[in-house]
Design a protein around this ligand. Structure first.
Ligand code: SAM
Ligand code: SF4
Length: 422
């Protein structure tokens, strides 16, 4: 989503004659687009702001902007003051970038309505592209800063999404990723939970998926899904629409009902497993991945064991695994005591070890099978190209292949790679 926002900002700047450089020492203006979901990205932004402050001390005409989620938070405002930042724009105010740089000193933290109608042009020289279909989040997972930084859910009009997807197709894009914090609640009226009314005049996410799926882009993907709104209609739309990749990222966060409740995730382990059962029934070869947080406040060894057992039961193809990171002013930070770091890192190591075993077994099932690989460029290994399958498996193929879609046969698998030949 930040990449999409960065692309939107770049398109605005290009429109008033700016060009882009690779090194900030060659720039007159540096905009740092930030993530604040965990402590790590905030630390990274802080280090960069320190370097930019030094550059500013050497030069007169050097403007620094802090934009995105960190800028929206009290933590970001403090950093902005400390590092002499000139422009501060929250993620809902990025359409103000041009007036902001014209004024030189500017800040805005509004969630601007105009962002809903903003469509950037297709990216140049790319074969994959992101397309934000909705912004914000109505949930209130107790660990999460996103509702504070990105505000409540706002769906973009379907006609704008379709027009943008068509422009991607004309620009030669072969894979589009539809983005939102919870794409499944696209076009739903305010609220949370599994029974939400539709917004008048908006299609459901399943309908939108069918519409984008029929434009002619060979691959359509989407992230992220919230289990509570991942209904049967969506599974049917994936099954019926050949261009929609059978790759489902369904964040679970924990396998323990006690922890899920304290996270305010709105579903139970049994509900989640029922969604997985339905996916496996309708889409037997779908790739399923997840997000897991370990060391949430009060997570006991027994709770953690339940996460391990759920992981094994689902048999995820891969996962994004995080140590709980306390975020200022979130309900969990206000009400719960953080756990010792040693326990959190030890649990993460155990989960990673299990995930490697499971991924290896899942990846080995592909050996000898034909897969479609979207090559994006060269791999780190000299003489090899790297891409990903429709199921999002990172795939390495020998040869200097040009970017595009190839049919290949898998020869060998490791926990995080497939090795194939064309
Ligand atoms: N909206 C998506 C959902 O509900 O699944 C996820 C969006 S969030 C930006 C991406 C992932 O970051 C979450 O699924 C969660 O695993 C992780 N995350 C969010 N807040 C976190 C925190 N405070 N500490 C550790 N991980 C966190
Ligand atoms: Fe954060 Fe929960 Fe919203 Fe996802 S659903 S963005 S984890 S509050």
């Amino acid at each position: 989503m930040n990449e999409y926002d960065t692309h939107s900002i770049q398109s605005e700047l290009a429109g008033i004659g700016y060009s882009f450089v690779d090194d900030f020492r060659d720039a007159d203006l540096v905009l740092v687009n930030t993530c604040a979901v965990r402590g790590k990205p905030v630390e990274k932004a802080q280090t960069l702001l320190g370097e930019l402050r030094k550059e500013k001390q050497k030069r007169k005409n050097f403007t620094i902007g802090l934009i995105g989620c960190l800028a929206q938070l009290p933590e970001g405002r403090r950093l902005g003051k400390k590092f002499g930042v000139d422009i501060m724009l929250g993620p809902g105010a990025i359409t103000e970038i041009v007036p902001a740089i014209q004024k030189g000193k500017y800040q805005s933290f509004e969630f601007k309505n105009e962002l809903r109608f903003f469509s950037p042009p297709a990216p140049n020289d790319a074969i994959t592209a992101n397309l934000t279909i909705m912004r914000g989040c109505n949930h209130r997972c107790t660990y999460c800063i996103v509702p504070d930084t990105r505000g409540p859910e706002v769906s973009r009009p379907a006609s704008d999404i379709i027009a943008e997807a068509r422009s991607f197709k004309e620009a030669g894009i072969v894979e589009v990723s539809l983005l939102g914090q919870n794409v499944n609640s696209y076009g739903m009226a305010p609220g949370t939970g599994s029974r939400r009314n539709p917004l008048p005049g908006y299609p459901s996410f399943a309908e939108l998926l069918r519409m984008v799926g029929h434009i002619g882009i060979p691959r359509v993907r989407f992230v992220t899904s919230h289990p509570i709104n991942f209904d049967d209609e969506i599974i049917e739309a994936i099954a019926d629409t050949p261009s929609v990749c059978r790759y489902i990222h369904l964040p679970v966060q924990s396998g323990s009902d006690r922890v899920l409740k304290r996270m305010a995730r709105e579903y139970t382990r049994a509900y989640y497993l029922d969604r997985i059962r339905k996916i496996r029934q309708e889409l037997p070869d779908a790739t399923i991945s997840t997000d897991v947080i370990v060391g949430f406040p009060g997570e006991s060894e027994e709770d953690f064991q339940q996460t391990l057992s759920l992981y094994q039961e689902v048999g995820y193809d891969f996962a994004y695994m995080f140590i709980y990171s306390e975020r200022e002013e979130t309900p969990a930070a206000v009400h719960f005591e953080d756990m010792e770091r040693r326990i959190k890192t030890e649990r993460l190591a155990r989960l990673i070890a299990l995930s490697k075993q499971v991924s290896l077994c899942k990846n080995q099932e592909w050996v000898g099978r034909q897969v479609e690989v979207l090559i994006k460029g060269s791999a780190e290994e000299e003489g090899f190209a790297q891409g990903h399958t429709r199921g999002n498996h990172v795939t390495i193929i020998e040869g200097n292949l040009r970017p595009g879609i190839y049919s290949a046969v898998v020869d060998h698998a490791t926990p995080n790679r497939l090795y194939a030949h064309v």
